[in-house]
Design a protein around this ligand. Structure first.
Ligand SMILES: Cc1cc2nc3c(=O)[nH]c(=O)nc-3n(C[C@H](O)[C@H](O)[C@H](O)COP(=O)(O)OP(=O)(O)OC[C@H]3O[C@@H](n4cnc5c(N)ncnc54)[C@H](O)[C@@H]3O)c2cc1C
Length: 266
Protein backbone atom coordinates (compact mmCIF):
# COMPACT_ATOMS: atom_id res chain seq x y z
CA UNK A 1 0.00 0.00 0.00
CA UNK A 2 1.39 3.37 -1.07
CA UNK A 3 0.41 6.96 -0.34
CA UNK A 4 1.54 9.36 -3.02
CA UNK A 5 0.70 12.53 -4.88
CA UNK A 6 0.13 11.35 -8.42
CA UNK A 7 -0.33 13.25 -11.64
CA UNK A 8 -3.67 13.33 -13.46
CA UNK A 9 -3.07 12.32 -17.08
CA UNK A 10 -6.67 12.90 -18.17
CA UNK A 11 -10.15 13.29 -16.70
CA UNK A 12 -12.84 13.03 -19.35
CA UNK A 13 -16.60 12.52 -19.43
CA UNK A 14 -17.53 9.18 -21.04
CA UNK A 15 -21.33 9.15 -20.74
CA UNK A 16 -23.62 11.67 -18.97
CA UNK A 17 -22.50 12.20 -15.33
CA UNK A 18 -19.70 9.62 -15.65
CA UNK A 19 -15.98 10.34 -15.95
CA UNK A 20 -12.83 8.34 -16.55
CA UNK A 21 -9.68 9.58 -14.84
CA UNK A 22 -6.21 8.31 -15.75
CA UNK A 23 -3.49 8.66 -13.11
CA UNK A 24 0.26 8.26 -13.48
CA UNK A 25 0.97 5.84 -10.61
CA UNK A 26 3.41 3.05 -11.52
CA UNK A 27 4.11 1.96 -7.92
CA UNK A 28 0.40 1.42 -7.29
CA UNK A 29 -0.51 -0.07 -10.68
CA UNK A 30 2.20 -2.71 -10.40
CA UNK A 31 0.69 -4.00 -7.13
CA UNK A 32 -2.98 -3.67 -8.02
CA UNK A 33 -5.38 -6.62 -8.18
CA UNK A 34 -8.93 -6.64 -9.59
CA UNK A 35 -11.44 -5.54 -6.95
CA UNK A 36 -9.01 -3.38 -5.00
CA UNK A 37 -9.57 0.36 -4.66
CA UNK A 38 -7.88 3.74 -4.37
CA UNK A 39 -8.67 6.14 -1.54
CA UNK A 40 -8.47 9.61 -3.03
CA UNK A 41 -8.18 12.97 -1.34
CA UNK A 42 -10.49 14.98 -3.52
CA UNK A 43 -8.63 18.29 -3.11
CA UNK A 44 -6.31 20.17 -0.75
CA UNK A 45 -9.13 21.90 1.18
CA UNK A 46 -11.07 20.56 4.17
CA UNK A 47 -14.46 20.12 2.52
CA UNK A 48 -14.88 17.27 1.86
CA UNK A 49 -12.56 16.23 4.64
CA UNK A 50 -12.71 12.50 4.05
CA UNK A 51 -11.13 10.74 1.11
CA UNK A 52 -13.43 8.99 -1.35
CA UNK A 53 -12.94 5.35 -2.45
CA UNK A 54 -12.90 4.31 -6.14
CA UNK A 55 -12.34 0.88 -7.63
CA UNK A 56 -9.34 0.33 -9.84
CA UNK A 57 -10.93 0.19 -13.29
CA UNK A 58 -7.99 -0.55 -15.61
CA UNK A 59 -4.22 -0.57 -15.29
CA UNK A 60 -1.09 -0.44 -17.40
CA UNK A 61 2.41 -0.86 -15.96
CA UNK A 62 2.52 2.85 -15.14
CA UNK A 63 -1.07 4.12 -15.10
CA UNK A 64 -4.32 3.52 -13.27
CA UNK A 65 -7.81 4.39 -14.46
CA UNK A 66 -10.84 5.02 -12.34
CA UNK A 67 -14.37 5.31 -13.69
CA UNK A 68 -16.74 7.33 -11.56
CA UNK A 69 -20.22 8.72 -11.42
CA UNK A 70 -20.98 12.19 -10.05
CA UNK A 71 -23.03 11.61 -6.90
CA UNK A 72 -22.33 14.48 -4.53
CA UNK A 73 -19.86 17.19 -3.66
CA UNK A 74 -16.75 14.99 -3.69
CA UNK A 75 -17.25 13.50 -7.13
CA UNK A 76 -18.41 16.87 -8.49
CA UNK A 77 -15.08 18.42 -7.43
CA UNK A 78 -13.18 15.39 -8.75
CA UNK A 79 -14.75 15.86 -12.17
CA UNK A 80 -13.38 19.42 -12.36
CA UNK A 81 -9.73 18.41 -11.98
CA UNK A 82 -7.54 18.94 -15.05
CA UNK A 83 -4.67 16.93 -16.52
CA UNK A 84 -1.32 17.84 -14.98
CA UNK A 85 -2.78 18.45 -11.50
CA UNK A 86 -1.74 16.28 -8.55
CA UNK A 87 -4.02 14.13 -6.37
CA UNK A 88 -3.12 12.51 -3.04
CA UNK A 89 -3.91 8.81 -3.45
CA UNK A 90 -3.61 5.76 -1.16
CA UNK A 91 -3.70 2.33 -2.73
CA UNK A 92 -4.11 -0.37 -3.70
CA UNK A 93 -6.42 -1.11 -0.76
CA UNK A 94 -8.68 -3.99 0.26
CA UNK A 95 -9.10 -7.54 -0.92
CA UNK A 96 -9.97 -8.19 -4.52
CA UNK A 97 -11.95 -10.88 -6.36
CA UNK A 98 -10.85 -14.50 -5.83
CA UNK A 99 -9.64 -15.82 -9.19
CA UNK A 100 -10.19 -19.31 -10.59
CA UNK A 101 -7.21 -21.64 -10.15
CA UNK A 102 -5.49 -22.37 -13.47
CA UNK A 103 -5.04 -26.07 -12.62
CA UNK A 104 -8.79 -26.61 -12.06
CA UNK A 105 -9.73 -29.43 -14.50
CA UNK A 106 -13.39 -28.43 -14.52
CA UNK A 107 -14.47 -25.68 -16.93
CA UNK A 108 -15.40 -22.48 -15.12
CA UNK A 109 -17.99 -20.05 -16.39
CA UNK A 110 -17.39 -16.60 -14.95
CA UNK A 111 -20.40 -14.32 -15.17
CA UNK A 112 -19.59 -10.66 -14.56
CA UNK A 113 -22.74 -8.75 -13.62
CA UNK A 114 -22.40 -4.97 -13.57
CA UNK A 115 -25.03 -2.46 -12.52
CA UNK A 116 -24.22 1.03 -13.82
CA UNK A 117 -20.82 2.27 -12.69
CA UNK A 118 -20.38 -1.11 -10.95
CA UNK A 119 -18.72 -1.98 -14.22
CA UNK A 120 -15.57 -0.21 -12.91
CA UNK A 121 -13.88 -3.08 -11.01
CA UNK A 122 -15.24 -5.73 -13.38
CA UNK A 123 -13.33 -4.45 -16.44
CA UNK A 124 -10.01 -5.05 -14.66
CA UNK A 125 -11.31 -8.45 -13.53
CA UNK A 126 -12.37 -9.38 -17.09
CA UNK A 127 -8.90 -8.53 -18.39
CA UNK A 128 -7.28 -10.67 -15.67
CA UNK A 129 -9.65 -13.59 -16.38
CA UNK A 130 -8.76 -13.38 -20.07
CA UNK A 131 -5.09 -13.62 -19.09
CA UNK A 132 -5.84 -16.77 -17.04
CA UNK A 133 -7.91 -18.19 -19.92
CA UNK A 134 -4.99 -17.61 -22.27
CA UNK A 135 -2.87 -19.85 -20.01
CA UNK A 136 -5.04 -22.69 -21.36
CA UNK A 137 -7.46 -22.67 -18.51
CA UNK A 138 -11.04 -23.56 -19.42
CA UNK A 139 -12.74 -20.32 -18.50
CA UNK A 140 -15.71 -18.86 -20.27
CA UNK A 141 -16.25 -15.18 -19.53
CA UNK A 142 -19.72 -13.70 -19.87
CA UNK A 143 -20.42 -10.02 -19.15
CA UNK A 144 -23.86 -8.67 -18.28
CA UNK A 145 -23.93 -4.88 -18.36
CA UNK A 146 -26.88 -3.05 -16.86
CA UNK A 147 -27.74 0.62 -17.39
CA UNK A 148 -30.70 2.99 -17.11
CA UNK A 149 -30.85 3.61 -20.86
CA UNK A 150 -28.71 3.02 -23.94
CA UNK A 151 -26.93 6.36 -23.35
CA UNK A 152 -25.57 5.13 -20.01
CA UNK A 153 -24.02 1.85 -21.11
CA UNK A 154 -20.39 1.78 -20.05
CA UNK A 155 -17.39 -0.12 -21.43
CA UNK A 156 -19.26 -2.30 -23.95
CA UNK A 157 -16.29 -2.11 -26.35
CA UNK A 158 -13.73 -3.06 -23.68
CA UNK A 159 -15.77 -6.07 -22.55
CA UNK A 160 -16.08 -7.27 -26.16
CA UNK A 161 -12.28 -7.66 -26.15
CA UNK A 162 -12.23 -9.74 -22.97
CA UNK A 163 -15.39 -11.86 -22.99
CA UNK A 164 -16.90 -14.62 -25.13
CA UNK A 165 -20.36 -13.25 -24.58
CA UNK A 166 -21.66 -9.86 -23.67
CA UNK A 167 -25.27 -8.96 -22.98
CA UNK A 168 -26.79 -5.63 -22.11
CA UNK A 169 -29.86 -4.86 -20.01
CA UNK A 170 -31.47 -1.42 -19.99
CA UNK A 171 -34.27 -0.43 -17.65
CA UNK A 172 -36.25 1.24 -20.46
CA UNK A 173 -35.46 -1.43 -23.08
CA UNK A 174 -33.66 1.08 -25.33
CA UNK A 175 -30.86 -1.48 -25.88
CA UNK A 176 -30.70 -5.22 -25.29
CA UNK A 177 -32.81 -6.93 -22.64
CA UNK A 178 -35.51 -4.78 -21.02
CA UNK A 179 -35.14 -4.91 -17.25
CA UNK A 180 -32.54 -5.11 -14.53
CA UNK A 181 -29.23 -6.88 -14.87
CA UNK A 182 -30.31 -9.29 -12.11
CA UNK A 183 -33.39 -10.25 -14.19
CA UNK A 184 -31.08 -10.91 -17.13
CA UNK A 185 -28.83 -13.04 -14.93
CA UNK A 186 -31.78 -15.16 -13.80
CA UNK A 187 -32.81 -15.60 -17.43
CA UNK A 188 -29.44 -16.85 -18.69
CA UNK A 189 -28.52 -19.16 -15.79
CA UNK A 190 -29.04 -22.84 -16.48
CA UNK A 191 -27.86 -25.57 -14.12
CA UNK A 192 -24.87 -27.37 -15.67
CA UNK A 193 -23.25 -30.05 -13.49
CA UNK A 194 -20.30 -30.36 -15.91
CA UNK A 195 -19.10 -26.82 -15.34
CA UNK A 196 -18.61 -24.59 -12.32
CA UNK A 197 -20.27 -21.18 -12.48
CA UNK A 198 -19.10 -18.15 -10.55
CA UNK A 199 -20.78 -14.79 -10.44
CA UNK A 200 -18.77 -11.63 -9.92
CA UNK A 201 -21.00 -8.63 -9.25
CA UNK A 202 -20.71 -4.93 -8.60
CA UNK A 203 -23.46 -2.35 -8.46
CA UNK A 204 -26.18 -0.98 -6.20
CA UNK A 205 -26.94 -2.79 -2.95
CA UNK A 206 -30.42 -3.90 -4.11
CA UNK A 207 -28.82 -5.56 -7.12
CA UNK A 208 -26.29 -7.39 -4.91
CA UNK A 209 -29.08 -8.53 -2.59
CA UNK A 210 -31.00 -9.91 -5.57
CA UNK A 211 -27.88 -11.63 -6.91
CA UNK A 212 -27.31 -13.27 -3.55
CA UNK A 213 -30.83 -14.75 -3.76
CA UNK A 214 -30.26 -15.95 -7.35
CA UNK A 215 -26.92 -17.54 -6.42
CA UNK A 216 -28.61 -19.33 -3.52
CA UNK A 217 -31.37 -20.55 -5.81
CA UNK A 218 -28.87 -22.01 -8.30
CA UNK A 219 -26.39 -23.07 -5.58
CA UNK A 220 -23.48 -21.22 -7.12
CA UNK A 221 -20.78 -18.93 -5.74
CA UNK A 222 -21.30 -15.19 -6.04
CA UNK A 223 -18.74 -12.57 -5.10
CA UNK A 224 -19.82 -8.94 -4.82
CA UNK A 225 -17.97 -5.67 -4.37
CA UNK A 226 -19.73 -3.77 -1.59
CA UNK A 227 -20.03 0.00 -1.33
CA UNK A 228 -20.10 1.70 2.07
CA UNK A 229 -19.01 5.15 3.20
CA UNK A 230 -15.34 4.62 3.92
CA UNK A 231 -13.49 6.97 6.26
CA UNK A 232 -9.89 5.93 7.00
CA UNK A 233 -9.76 3.15 4.39
CA UNK A 234 -7.04 1.40 6.36
CA UNK A 235 -9.08 -0.76 8.73
CA UNK A 236 -8.53 1.50 11.75
CA UNK A 237 -11.85 3.25 12.33
CA UNK A 238 -14.37 0.41 11.79
CA UNK A 239 -16.71 2.95 10.18
CA UNK A 240 -17.50 0.81 7.14
CA UNK A 241 -18.51 -2.50 8.72
CA UNK A 242 -21.08 -4.93 7.34
CA UNK A 243 -22.78 -7.70 9.29
CA UNK A 244 -21.66 -11.15 8.14
CA UNK A 245 -22.21 -14.72 9.29
CA UNK A 246 -18.79 -14.44 11.02
CA UNK A 247 -19.46 -11.14 12.80
CA UNK A 248 -18.83 -7.61 11.59
CA UNK A 249 -16.29 -7.15 8.80
CA UNK A 250 -14.71 -4.00 7.40
CA UNK A 251 -15.50 -3.22 3.77
CA UNK A 252 -12.14 -1.42 3.42
CA UNK A 253 -10.02 -4.23 4.87
CA UNK A 254 -11.67 -7.67 4.67
CA UNK A 255 -13.62 -6.40 1.62
CA UNK A 256 -14.69 -4.68 -0.49
CA UNK A 257 -15.21 -8.05 -2.20
CA UNK A 258 -17.16 -10.63 -0.20
CA UNK A 259 -18.77 -13.98 -0.86
CA UNK A 260 -22.37 -12.69 -0.91
CA UNK A 261 -23.48 -15.82 0.95
CA UNK A 262 -21.87 -14.50 4.14
CA UNK A 263 -23.43 -11.01 4.08
CA UNK A 264 -26.36 -10.63 6.47
CA UNK A 265 -28.49 -7.82 5.14
CA UNK A 266 -31.39 -7.03 7.50
C1 LIG B 1 -14.70 0.09 -2.31
C2 LIG B 1 -15.50 1.13 -3.06
C3 LIG B 1 -15.29 1.30 -4.40
C4 LIG B 1 -16.02 2.25 -5.10
N1 LIG B 1 -15.79 2.38 -6.42
C5 LIG B 1 -16.46 3.30 -7.13
C6 LIG B 1 -16.20 3.46 -8.52
O1 LIG B 1 -15.37 2.76 -9.11
N2 LIG B 1 -16.92 4.41 -9.18
C7 LIG B 1 -17.86 5.20 -8.55
O2 LIG B 1 -18.48 6.04 -9.20
N3 LIG B 1 -18.11 5.05 -7.23
C8 LIG B 1 -17.44 4.15 -6.51
N4 LIG B 1 -17.68 4.03 -5.18
C9 LIG B 1 -18.63 4.95 -4.56
C10 LIG B 1 -17.96 6.30 -4.34
O3 LIG B 1 -16.97 6.17 -3.36
C11 LIG B 1 -19.00 7.33 -3.95
O4 LIG B 1 -19.82 7.57 -5.05
C12 LIG B 1 -18.36 8.62 -3.52
O5 LIG B 1 -17.68 8.43 -2.30
C13 LIG B 1 -19.41 9.69 -3.36
O6 LIG B 1 -18.80 10.84 -2.90
P1 LIG B 1 -19.49 12.24 -3.07
O7 LIG B 1 -18.83 13.18 -2.15
O8 LIG B 1 -19.59 12.62 -4.48
O9 LIG B 1 -20.97 11.91 -2.65
P2 LIG B 1 -21.75 12.38 -1.39
O10 LIG B 1 -23.06 11.70 -1.50
O11 LIG B 1 -21.71 13.85 -1.25
O12 LIG B 1 -20.89 11.79 -0.26
C14 LIG B 1 -21.29 10.81 0.30
C15 LIG B 1 -22.16 11.23 1.48
O13 LIG B 1 -21.79 10.49 2.54
C16 LIG B 1 -21.03 11.27 3.45
N5 LIG B 1 -19.86 10.50 3.69
C17 LIG B 1 -18.92 10.20 2.82
N6 LIG B 1 -18.01 9.40 3.39
C18 LIG B 1 -18.44 9.23 4.65
C19 LIG B 1 -17.96 8.50 5.78
N7 LIG B 1 -16.86 7.77 5.70
N8 LIG B 1 -18.65 8.53 6.94
C20 LIG B 1 -19.77 9.25 7.04
N9 LIG B 1 -20.31 9.94 6.02
C21 LIG B 1 -19.62 9.94 4.86
C22 LIG B 1 -20.73 12.57 2.79
O14 LIG B 1 -20.54 13.60 3.73
C23 LIG B 1 -21.97 12.69 1.97
O15 LIG B 1 -23.04 13.07 2.74
C24 LIG B 1 -16.99 3.07 -4.43
C25 LIG B 1 -17.22 2.88 -3.08
C26 LIG B 1 -16.49 1.92 -2.39
C27 LIG B 1 -16.72 1.71 -0.94
Amino acid sequence: MIQKKVKIVSNLQVVPEHFKMVLEAPEISQEAKPGQFLHIRIHEGLNPLLRRPFSIHRITSSQIEILYKIRGRGTEILSQHKSGELLDVIGPLGNGFPLPVTSNPKPVTSILAAGGVGVAPLAFLAEKLREIRNQKSKIKIIALLGAKTRDYILCEKEFKNFCEEIKVATEDGSWGFKGLVSDLLKKILTPNPKSETRIYAAGPILMLQEIKKIANMFKILAFGSLEENIACGLGGCWGCVVKTSQGYKRVCKEGPVFNLEEILWE
